[in-house]
Ligand binder design. Sequence first.
Ligand code: SF4
Length: 298
Amino acid sequence: MRPEYREEPCKVALNRVKGMGFKWSLNPYMGCVHRCTFCYVRAFELRADRPFDDRYGRSIRVKTNIAEVLRAQLARPTWEHETVAIGAATDPYQPAEGRYRLTRACLEALRDASNPLRIITRGPLIVRDVDVLAEAARRADVAVTFSVPTLDDDIWRRTEPSTAHPRQRLRALKTLVDAGIRASVGMAPILPGISDKPELLEQVVREAREAGACGVWANLLNLRPGTREHFLEALADDFPEQLPLYERLYARKAYLPAAETKPVRQLVADLTRKHGIRDRRTTRLAPEPEPEQLALAL
Ligand code: SF4
């Protein structure tokens, strides 16, 4: 089924967020055609009284004027140049970006304002914007995270029905790192009993290292209402043998207890050390340091 695109201008571009590692988020699109079975955005959609089930990702809002609105927000005297995170609630490089180029226009606005930014994506289309990202990274702190929870073909196909192959993301990461842009891999979400096997985790860390990732972090699946119903339904179809495990692990809570998450995170941390993951960029694009004020000798 072809998704419907609704061209709807926005009044604000930057949204204040709480409880995350950043204070401002920017989403040129709402809804995501990638339709990952585990998508955490389904939980927000349920709270906003929008479709979170199988209809999620079938209708995409396109904020056609977002770059102009963003430029106006960035130009306000009260704007403090805090970090803006792009892609926290939808993939900014989903296919619509090829046509609308809104993420690119927002990057140009952030570059012109010398504003720090973060991007999280599963979309290799980001390589199209390596020129803007490089210019932005010369003026302010820029970091890109590629979500690569697994490189296993079967798990990828079943859980991320419409994304590009994760190896394409690693190739995109290499292009960015070679251009001097800091790019890392986020292994998220790792699915208990499915993608948490040590050999699968090591495969991602090893190939992330080969691609030149500056860092690797991991997070396990959360199942908040909205995400929970859809994910468990997909699980029953794709991995029915795992249902009892999930019913036990997520019986009462959306988040796994530390006893379940810590060993997996520890293993990934050990693997990053073993494979020597660190910032190995030969060129590190960064803003020029502020010139020091010379004291006048009186
Ligand atoms: S790419 Fe991200 S936003 Fe899009 S469906 Fe997947 S998890 Fe959700």
